[in-house]
Design a protein around this ligand. Structure first.
Ligand SMILES: Nc1nc2c(c(=O)[nH]1)N[C@H]1C(S)=C(S)[C@@H](COP(=O)(O)O)O[C@H]1N2
Ligand SMILES: [Mo]
Length: 461
């Protein structure tokens, strides 16, 4: 087989790796691609005199480039240089395959590590920025060893083959060649397709998040009550910031819902069905309250609990518009991605203040917390009430409705048991003998009856 096959395999594997890294970068709505990042990373660290020299060589001499302009001139060139450099490394990795399977792997792991460090160094220690690079490097390694397979088998078979029947040898060589060509073609075309297609990934999510950020809702943030401090060092804030609020859902990919496509249907045992657009929903009265949301799965001392200043439209008013028929005692909630839960009708209509939330801590609801609309029912656990990406409320009876939660065997009505988040000491912490101070927040004060009535908000020490 041709010697050129090795570097070709190296390039095909490199393309596959870049394609995966690029597609993931886009899907996770991170920066355009690791090469642009690498280019920026290097440009930021290029000494001034070198920048000037490069700008004079490549850029427009008349502009008398400032430092910022210098980076801008250098940056696209650096991206090209990085691509060329990476292509060279890919070819080398392929060629190294002749010497043994592990030799390219050493090179690939080293280059992948540099890539990860560059990403982390550039954008801070956020692990997610490194995910595409890690996945891309892994793809690169796996694809290279797969494409090199037939070549390495050919190489290994060469010695003893000489004593064999030449026709048989030729036949086996043909087979391995065909194998190599097939693998190269499929992965080469697949990788190229993914690379070209990758730019489309996450476009919808990016657009939805852009719209979300530009939304001008009639809501305001609120400072936590002054008296929240419990005086135990290590206890977190009373109000949980949106970025730190626990996220729990079954959806593998968070739904990206365009406001223009969103509808809420209120139907079932009602006098008249109601269908609302987002605009129609937020034209109604918007109320706000401090409410603690907890997961039934939250262990003692766990963080599956948080308090936010939620803003939204009271559910009771909406149900009144629809006119609930006698006999109903439950509401089957359904989300855009078909998650369901069954909530006691009484909890949605009594004075506790159940709402269809559009705002969280004064900001439009974050996508991971259910944008554009999610339900918040004070006093109930999340799994029986807090439907995210809500799209349908069906008034029904517990008998008729069979919700996900009920089937999974959790308590049907899901009242929050008196519980709290013990923050100090933490699980597994070693303590000295003697008096130990406990610190807890986010208590749920009212749970003496199965349907607790008061809003679940409290700060205690
Ligand atoms: N669409 C949808 N909504 C959902 C869930 C889900 O899996 N899908 N999980 C529920 C559960 S179990 C909890 S505890 C809360 C968590 O809300 P959060 O992610 O905003 O903290 O959302 C609830 N709403
Ligand atoms: Mo939950």
């Amino acid at each position: 087989m041709q010697r050129a096959a090795w570097p070709v395999a190296g390039l095909v594997a490199g393309v596959a790796g870049i394609a995966v890294a690029h597609a993931l970068t886009m899907r996770l709505t991170l920066r355009p691609n690791p090469f642009v990042s690498a280019g920026e990373f290097a440009a930021d660290r290029t000494p001034g005199w070198l920048q000037d020299t490069v700008v004079n060589l490549l850029g427009n001499r008349d502009t008398g480039a400032s430092e910022v302009a210098a980076t801008e001139v250098i940056q696209p060139w650096l991206t090209i240089i990085f691509f060329a450099l990476f292509a060279g490394i890919c070819v080398t990795a392929g060629a190294l395959g002749r010497r043994g399977w592990w030799q390219p792997v050493v090179l690939q792991v080293a280059v992948g590590t540099v890539g990860v460090l560059a990403m982390l160094g550039n954008y801070g220690m956020s692990v997610v920025t490194a995910v595409p690079v890690v996945a891309g490097a892994a793809t690169w390694i796996v694809v290279l060893s797969f494409v090199l397979g037939p070549l390495q088998r050919h190489l290994a078979a060469r010695e003893p083959m000489e004593k064999q029947d030449p026709e048989q040898v030729a036949a086996r060589t043909r087979l391995r060649r065909r194998d190599f060509v097939a693998r190269t073609a499929v992965l080469g075309l697949g990788g190229t397709w993914l690379w070209l297609r990758g730019g489309q990934f996450g476009r919808r999510l990016r657009h939805v998040d852009e719209t979300r950020r530009l939304l001008n809702l009639p809501i305001k943030a609120k400072t936590p009550p002054a008296a929240w401090r419990v005086g135990v060092p290590g206890v977190g804030p009373w109000r949980t910031p949106n970025e730190d609020f626990f996220v729990q859902h079954t959806a593998l990919v968070e739904p990206a819902v365009e406001l223009t496509e969103w509808r809420l249907r209120i139907h079932g045992m009602v006098e008249r069905e109601v269908e609302l657009t987002y605009q129609q929903l937020i034209e109604r009265e918007i109320v706000s309250s401090w409410t603690t949301l907890a997961s039934v799965l939250n262990p003692v001392g766990g963080n599956q609990i948080g308090t936010a200043w939620w803003s939204g439209v009271p559910v009771a008013a909406l149900l009144k518009e629809a006119g609930v028929l006698p006999g109903a005692d439950a509401v089957l909630q359904t989300s855009v991605e078909n998650w369901t839960c069954v909530t006691p009708l009484a909890a949605m209509t009594d004075s506790r203040g159940a709402m269809l939330a559009v705002g969280m801590n004064g900001e439009p609801l974050p996508i991971e917390h259910g944008y554009p609309v999610r339900t918040i029912v004070p006093g109930l656990f999340g799994h029986v009430s807090a439907c995210k990406w809500l799209t349908s409320l069906e008034v029904t009876t517990f008998e008729l409705a069979e919700g996900e939660a009920t089937r999974r065997g959790f308590a049907e009505l899901g009242p929050v048991k008196t519980g709290s988040r013990i923050e100090v000491p933490t699980a597994g912490q070693s303590l000295d003998a003697g008096v130990v101070q406990l610190g807890e927040l986010h208590g749920h004060p009212a749970a003496e009856s199965p349907r607790c009535r008061s809003p679940s908000t409290a700060g205690r020490g």
